[in-house]
Design a protein around this ligand. Structure first.
Ligand SMILES: Cc1cc2nc3c(=O)[nH]c(=O)nc-3n(C[C@H](O)[C@H](O)[C@H](O)COP(=O)(O)O)c2cc1C
Length: 201
């Protein structure tokens, strides 16, 4: 499958085959690819909780207002942001580069994030957004389907996954084999409504 096909065949799947189980190798490969997604300053401020344990998936299903996807899908991934990644031993984010580069990034991270919770939250959203799209497209390449979800009780979910105080949950993605194709697309807005050449009118 090429990239264009993966993009156009990805849909938010509502019904997953509950008999289909991803292997350890598939999950490992999916998550390794995910880590190649971009983050600002390469700070990799995402943290992922991967759940294939059926009893935990069932708790997640309840937290997700009884939506079926987390229960029937093979793998539930909670994409979380670590709001303190900017100061968590940041030299390692450029460990393959000279120490001057590492120090430069460290001071840039301090400048941008130390005083601003908003910047830290925004960065978590951006990073997990990119990671989420990688997960969904890589899943397509592996012959799998997905559903991105935020329809869940945040506090309940935080408790289920033992979310640390300085982390936030950005979104959940269920991966598995669809048992029913997605319904017709809702309908895309026209290019003219959402794309502007050079500047807004
Ligand atoms: C951030 C986000 C949250 C979503 N939450 C849910 C959800 O809780 N349940 C669900 O069935 N679909 C959810 N969706 C799927 C959207 O409804 C779906 O992506 C949209 O209708 C477009 O359809 P498509 O992804 O099949 O192209 C979510 C999508 C995104 C991006």
């Amino acid at each position: 499958m090429d990239t264009f096909e993966a993009i156009s065949s990805r849909r938010a799947i509502k019904k997953f085959d509950s008999n289909y189980k991803m292997t350890f190798e598939q999950i490992d490969s999916l998550m390794k690819l995910t880590l190649l997604s971009p983050t600002s300053y390469n700070q990799q401020n995402w943290r992922f909780v991967t759940i294939s344990d059926q009893s935990i998936k069932e708790k997640i299903g309840i937290a997700a207002r009884n939506q079926a996807q987390p229960v029937d899908g093979s793998l539930v991934i909670l994409l979380c942001g670590n709001l303190n990644a900017w100061k968590d031993d940041p030299l390692r984010y450029w460990k393959n580069h000279p120490v001057e580069k590492q120090e430069l990034v460290k001071s840039s991270l301090e400048k941008k994030y130390s005083e601003s919770l908003q910047n830290r939250r925004d960065e978590a959203m951006r990073s997990c957004g990119f990671a989420g799209q990688t997960i969904m497209l890589a899943a397509r390449q592996m012959g799998l389907d997905s559903c991105p979800m935020v329809g869940f009780d945040y506090d309940e979910m935080a408790q289920i996954i033992n979310l640390p105080d300085d982390h936030l949950i950005v979104l959940m993605i269920v991966v598995g084999k669809s048992s029913e194709p997605a319904k017709e697309r809702g309908g895309q807005l026209s290019l003219g409504e959402v794309v502007f050449e050079n500047k807004f009118p």
